[in-house]
Design a protein around this ligand. Structure first.
Ligand code: SAM
Length: 266
């Protein structure tokens, strides 16, 4: 068992600085769109490929632990009527709210991300159209705690058709049992037969976000596959990415990234 518990992690998150986090992970060198050898375009490719199957669709998609980022929703927005963003921290929910509701360029500039996703999807969609579409579909931004048996409380009455989650469960769980429990908790938000797309860190023990140093539960590929199988999922696709030395920039000790495309048993 890790010495630090869920309550200490929640306390540490109070110092999470969205601007510093975005700078560390979503600017060059990690956000380099010239090749999928860089981590950001690798992540965008995983999501674009999964949604391009056309099977992950429905009324509602919930993003678990959205944080201050929207890249994880860009390929999803053609396939759902409504996208629900969620986060534990008010400061992150405010970043998303400001992005949805501001016409002008305020906050982080996602334009290169949106342009890249339009390019790899190959549908000739103008990037401004995709931006507007996602803003329209992001109808709710809700507080969440993945460590609660019902992570959204009574805020959503119906289970979602699909879930997305990027770098949340392992970054909010101090150890393997709490990661597994969190996975079971969020699985209650998904209807039977629904899909869950998750991207996360492999073998990471910490990351920085300004003054905050956040503990992460180190996970192997085998751990993730086992946790999903135990929580009642069939795995359709699993991909992994080795973090190259030039992207190990001192803001975390991540060794790689995983992508899992899983389906809850009906
Ligand atoms: N999804 C974003 C991304 O892809 O970069 C943000 C990931 S960030 C590493 C982890 C996120 O988990 C933060 O936004 C944080 O506020 C959120 N978080 C921390 N504790 C949580 C909890 N108990 N329940 C849900 N989310 C939590």
């Amino acid at each position: 068992m890790n010495a630090i518990g869920v309550a200490t992690m929640a306390e540490n998150y109070q110092k999470f600085n969205p601007t510093a986090y975005l700078q560390n992970n979503y600017m060059p060198p990690r956000a380099n769109f010239t090749s999928e050898e860089f981590v950001v375009p690798w992540k965008l490719r995983c999501l674009a490929d999964a949604f391009a199957t056309g099977k992950i669709r429905g009324h509602t998609l919930i993003d678990i632990g959205t944080g201050p980022t929207i890249y994880q929703l860009l390929s999803a927005c053609d396939y759902f009527e409504e996208i629900v963003a969620t986060d534990f921290l008010e400061v992150n929910r405010a970043v998303i709210h400001n992005w949805v509701h501001s016409e002008e360029k305020v906050g982080f500039d996602w334009s290169s991300y949106i342009q890249h996703v339009c390019k790899i999807e190959g549908k000739g969609e103008p990037w401004k159209e995709k931006e507007q579409k996602l803003k329209k579909k992001l109808k709710k931004i809700l507080p969440i705690d993945i460590h609660q048996p019902n992570p959204l409380g009574s805020l959503l009455s119906q289970p979602a058709d699909a879930l997305v989650s990027t770098f949340c469960l392992e970054a909010a769980s101090p150890d393997r049992p709490s990661f597994d429990q969190a996975l079971q908790n969020v699985t209650r938000l998904l209807k039977p037969g629904g899909y869950f797309l998750m991207i996360g860190a492999l073998e990471e023990s910490f990351y920085l976000a300004g003054e905050a140093k956040l503990t992460v539960v180190p996970l192997s590929e085998a751990d993730i596959k086992e946790s999903f199988a135990k929580s009642g999922y069939r795995i359709h696709d699993f991909r992994s990415y080795d973090m190259p030395p030039n992207l190990k920039i001192g803001v975390d000790d991540v060794q790689g990234i995983f992508f899992i495309h899983a389906q809850k048993f009906a």
